[in-house]
Design a protein around this ligand. Structure first.
Ligand code: FAD
Length: 471
């Protein structure tokens, strides 16, 4: 049998690559991983983790305001310092990146800090010209933000890659896009004090999410002071008055300090040598793979965003783990891409798992919908005009819960746990048979559509001091 330098060469030390490398090494494989930027990848360095830290930062604004309703008197509205947040974030992601590196080293993985491209089906070329031969090659290069639409001056805009480390906190910002990244940053910057205008081609935010939740997020953004412009596109960006000026398709011009383009991400396959190695790509440039993450070339595999299946960190991690088990653990493992919980970390946040009402109606003959929309208990004293919305999508024939959608505090945490029930095939009757935990928002989920649920809502909506009597 032919000898190779390594059993597995991983291109990209992000969520998928790191997990695949570490588990493969644990199975006894000789593994090398190349990373051209920072170990940890998008999620750790400029994605989920720093984003969630900034979301936490943004929510203090609401907490300070709400405190008065609970008897707290703040001497003055506290001031926010952008630099302190950026520095604190940098310390945390550096710590995490270091941990990832350490875990790889402890597992015996060789890390090379360089760009790597495919030379052929069994070899990889490093930036210094060195060629490493590998029995298996894993492409885990992720995705990159696109600067679209291709308008004059787009090079003046930033993407999610740059937004975390802005030198100066922007007083005014235009965010282009209606997807979850655009929504999350609009919510964050508006709460931190930026005057945000969010511009999108679509008629509403968050295409692909449940329509009731989209409405709820739209309302919440507007309440936070985000100016939303639908069916509108930027037409040009130019420098003006020491800042930027954005021309819009509706004829408006907006002056701002930053324009963030968040209109999508593209699989990072350009210039990777995939075509040379004979690897098939789809029309969007994503690597085509089977359920075991194998490409059309026997020795080459791909996991994570570069395959454009479901572009989330836990999915990339699961795919990387499964691949290592398949190749070196004697346990061929396919990844199932259904009922994946996900969240939009706006404020309030959106947590969801399973089918939207729209998707369910396209598949199932009878779809039952259970919804609740209520003022959370905390808002009764804070006075905040906030609504929690919950929705169950149920197969009317089998009673199976097909989807759960929640907009409200801790919705992402709820979605993670509800995903277990949905994955297990829970029926609406199982939800109903579960005792409520009072007082919580989540208890609505086990009383939806019953007389008791209506009663609880009436009590909460009536506000503090409402007579509590069985209806
Ligand atoms: C702003 C933002 C917020 C997000 N929030 C969430 C969230 O809340 N929850 C969630 O689940 N997901 C979130 N995501 C998505 C998540 O970050 C990705 O799904 C995940 O990182 C994909 O992992 P990956 O391993 O496929 O790629 P990545 O983590 O992107 O890793 C790819 C790595 O490959 C390296 N690389 C690329 N080409 C080469 C090369 N030729 N040679 C060497 N190295 C190379 C890159 O530098 C990178 O480090 C977010 C993404 C963004 C941008």
């Amino acid at each position: 049998m032919k000898d190779f330098d390594v059993d597995l060469f991983v291109i990209g030390a992000g969520s998928g690559g790191v997990r695949a490398a570490r588990i493969a090494a644990g199975h006894g494989a000789k593994v090398m991983v190349a990373e051209e930027f920072r170990v940890g990848g998008t999620c750790v360095i400029r994605g989920c983790v720093p984003k969630k830290l900034y979301v936490y930062a943004s929510r203090f604004a609401d907490a300070f305001e709400d405190a008065a309703g609970f008897g707290w008197q703040l001497p003055q509205m506290p001031r926010f310092g952008w630099r302190a947040l950026v520095d604190a974030k940098e310390r945390e992601i550096s710590r995490l990146s270091g941990l990832y590196r350490l875990n790889l080293e402890h597992a015996g993985v060789a890390i090379v800090a360089t760009r790597a491209v495919l030379e052929d089906r069994h070899s990889v070329r490093l930036a210094d010209g060195r060629v490493v031969s590998a029995r298996h090659i894993l492409v885990a290069t992720g995705a990159r933000p696109v600067l679209e639409p291709a308008i004059p001056g787009r090079e003046l805009a930033i993407t999610s890659n740059e937004v975390f480390d802005l030198e100066k906190f922007p007083e005014r910002m235009v965010i282009v896009g209606g997807g979850y990244i655009a929504v999350e940053f609009a919510s964050v910057f508006a709460r931190l004090g930026t005057k945000v205008t969010q511009v999108m081609r679509a008629e509403n935010v968050l295409r692909g999410f449940d329509d009731d939740m989209r409405e709820g997020v739209h309302d919440a953004l507007a309440k936070a002071g985000v100016k939303l412009l639908f069916a509108t596109l930027p037409t040009r960006i130019e420098k003006a008055d020491g800042g930027l000026r954005v021309g819009l398709s509706n004829g408006e011009e907006i002056a701002c300090e930053e324009v963030m383009i968040a209109t999508g991400r593209k699989p990072a396959t350009a210039g990777l040598g995939l075509e040379k190695a004979g690897v098939e790509l789809d029309p969007l440039g994503a690597v085509k793979v089977d359920a075991y993450s194998k490409t059309n070339v026997d020795s080459i595999y791909a996991v994570g965003d570069v395959t454009n299946r479901v572009n989330l960190t836990p999915v990339a991690i699961r795919e990387g783990h499964a691949l290592a088990d398949t190749l070196f653990g004697g346990k061929p493992t396919a990844v199932v891409h259904t009922d994946i919980p996900t969240a939009v970390f706006a404020t309030p946040e959106l947590g969801t798992v399973g089918l939207t009402e729209h998707a369910a109606r396209a598949i199932f003959a009878i779809v039952d919908i259970y919804t609740a929309s209520f003022r959370p208990l905390k808002a009764t004293l804070s006075g905040r005009a906030e609504k929690t919305i919950m929705k169950l999508v149920v197969d009317g024939e089998t009673d199976r819960v097909l989807g759960v959608h929640i907009l409200g505090e801790a919705a992402a945490e709820m979605a993670q746990l509800l995903a277990i029930a949905v994955k297990m095939g829970a029926r609406k009757a199982d939800f109903d048979a579960t005792m409520a935990l009072h007082p919580t928002a989540a208890e609505e989920l086990v009383t939806l559509g019953t007389r008791a649920a209506r009663y609880e809502r009436e009590v909460l909506e009536a506000g503090p001091g409402a007579a509590v009597a069985e209806p």
